[in-house]
Design a protein around this ligand. Structure first.
Ligand code: SAH
Ligand code: SF4
Ligand code: F3S
Length: 549
């Protein structure tokens, strides 16, 4: 059994795409090589990214800014002069990983006195700034997520060579549930500047992240994100469509629209005549006036409408994460039904199968509402693959409340479940409740839930046996994948033996189906970045295997 902490659509950098460290001074024309500036005059950087897709996207922007400032990318943390740690604070374990590396970083600094360590991401909050140096002694500079655009300036690297330096300024601080957070209104502008300056270093040439909304206005009582990321700010509609168009022109085959809650997209934008047909009805929860403002459905339709000369979607695969069940609108379901590029997969976090737990968690919906949305979705999008997030052992969770989650998993039969034990986060509203489920009991509930899901996942995958599926091949799988125990590795291990003796010119490839299932197949390496038809011949709980059709 394996666990995976976050709902990530992890896609390994392709063999054909930007692989390995990148050198900002590599001349386009080999004859210009002798005019290369002294690259080592500027520090080599390494970005260590933890957490969710939003952090991965932010890291692409920071790496892009460093590269645009003239800094080369180091192949490892050990070879770097600037280490940027983009942290995640969602659970204590995520922070422990970074605390655990302080000794190593300290030794690297002793060996290389010019090494500077920058820490950013969700662990850096205004409310805990004072205690950070004590917890992370090897770090020289702490930047909140909304201060990331200042990275170049704060490292003293802004120069004529750096077109994206002193552009963004931190916004005012505001208060969320008694804690100071940044209102971060400048992030939208900073992204636009980074795009204009070519300062996004994308980790893949096949699949791209595209942030559409920053922050989170929900107040799930267990969650640190609203305190790390501040209130919601939507990017302007046309900027997002322009970025998608540019990605299509660069040959990207898949785009994932990102936000902590993409369903909120647009509520904070000004009404416009061209969106007068947008009228979103709220079925539950508090009122939000969204009339004549763009919403996620409108955005998905606009990106889907970007077409190649043959009339097919210019970006063949469109996805979005994360959707909050409370504001999953009929308009969104209709867009999923109508847009051919929208993949038949949805991540819809439920957190618990019990209404009393959902109330304590501040989730603003009931299981009845959640199941009604699912029924509509499944009717509109036949074959829709579903994944979810679950927390076990949240404050006061009784055996009966936990059993309600077990029953929900049995009823819905998700393709994938990302489950975790509740981890109390400082400053969140839930700290006022007792974290009273003992650690061993949390563990028992988690293991039992994951075991149940392993069987359900296997059954869902077996339904694919003998069928053909479309796979976006994104990687050549090395003979031995690193020893970390996640689902990706487990899926690769299942197929490694089967592909141990391949003929010359054929390699072990991996990719994702439209339903976001990991698929292994043997084929030529030049399939990486292409869509392939695969006939499924083997199904495990975490991956499928097949042959090229
Ligand atoms: N915005 C997304 C979630 C982002 S966090 C959403 O609302 O769905 C990803 C997942 O981490 C959450 O869905 C939740 O299941 C889990 N999580 C958040 N805070 C947690 C905590 N304090 N302890 C354990 N898991 C947590
Ligand atoms: Fe956290 Fe809830 Fe916002 Fe998701 S919707 S980021 S779980 S507060
Ligand atoms: Fe972690 Fe922050 Fe994402 S807490 S899950 S990196 S938004």
């Amino acid at each position: 059994m394996t666990t995976r902490s976050l709902p990530v659509l992890d896609i390994a950098p392709p063999a054909t795409g930007p692989a390995g460290p990148r050198d900002p001074f590599a001349p386009d024309d080999a004859r210009l090589a002798e005019f290369r500036p002294e690259a080592r005059a500027l520090p080599a950087f390494f970005v260590w990214t933890l957490g969710c897709q939003m952090n991965k996207s932010d890291s692409e922007e920071m790496a892009g800014r460093l590269l645009a400032a003239g800094c080369p990318e180091a192949p490892s943390m050990e070879a770097a002069d600037v280490v940027v740690i983009n942290t995640c604070a969602i659970r204590e374990a995520a922070e422990a990983k970074v605390i655990g590396r302080q000794g190593h970083l300290g030794r690297l600094k002793a060996a290389n006195p010019s090494l500077r360590v920058v820490m950013t991401g969700c662990s850096v909050r205004e409310s805990n700034r004072a205690g950070l140096k004590r917890r992370y002694p090897a770090v020289d500079l702490f930047l909140r997520p909304d201060e990331e655009p200042e990275l170049i300036d704060r490292l003293g690297l802004a120069s004529a060579q750096a077109p994206v330096g002193a552009l963004a300024r931190t916004s005012a601080l505001t208060t969320v549930k008694g804690l100071e957070v940044s209102d971060a209104t400048h992030l939208v502008r900073a992204r636009a500047d980074a795009i204009a300056g070519g300062a996004i270093l994308r980790g893949s040439a096949i699949s791209a992240w595209l942030p559409i909304i920053y922050g989170c206005d929900k107040t799930c009582t267990y969650c640190i994100v609203p305190f790390s990321r501040g209130p919601e700010r939507s990017r302007p509609f046309d900027e997002i469509v322009d970025e998608a168009r540019a990605l299509a022109a660069q040959g990207y085959r898949e785009v994932t629209l990102l936000g902590q809650n993409v369903n909120s997209y647009g509520h904070d934008l000004a009404p416009e005549g061209r969106f007068s047909h947008v009228v979103t009805e709220r079925t539950v929860g508090r009122h939000q006036d969204r009339t004549a403002r763009p919403d996620l459905a409108e955005l998905l339709r606009a990106v889907d409408a970007l077409r190649a000369v043959d009339g097919t979607p210019a970006i063949p695969r469109l996805r979005f994460v994360t959707s909050h069940p409370w504001d999953l609108s009929d308009r969104l379901i209709e867009a999923m039904r109508d847009c051919p590029s929208l993949c038949e997969a949805l991540h819809l976090p439920v957190q618990s199968g019990s209404d009393s737990m959902l109330r304590r968690m501040g989730r603003q919906y009931t299981i009845e509402h959640y199941l009604e949305r699912l029924a509509r979705l499944r009717e509109a999008v036949p074959g829709l693959a579903l994944s979810t997030d679950v927390i076990v052992g949240f404050c006061g969770e009784t055996e009966a409340e936990y059993e309600a989650t077990v029953r929900l998993l049995e009823t819905v039969r998700y393709d994938q479940v990302f489950a975790a034990a509740y981890s109390e986060r400082p400053g969140t509203p839930a700290t006022k409740l007792a974290d009273d489920v003992p650690a061993a009991e949390k563990r028992r509930r988690l293991v039992a839930l994951l075991e149940l899901q392993e069987g359900i996942g296997l059954e869902r995958n077996r339904a694919w046996l003998g069928r053909e599926t479309e796979v976006l091949v994104d990687a050549v799988v090395p003979p031995r994948l690193h020893d970390h125990e996640d689902e990706e590795a487990a899926g690769a291990a299942e197929s490694r033996d089967a592909f141990a003796h391949l003929p010359a010119g054929v390699v072990h490839l991996a990719g994702r189906s439209r339903e976001n299932k990991l698929v292994h197949v043997a084929g030529p390496a030049d399939l990486v970045g292409r869509l392939a038809r695969v006939r499924v011949e083997h199904a495990g709980p975490y991956a499928l295997r097949g042959t090229l059709a």
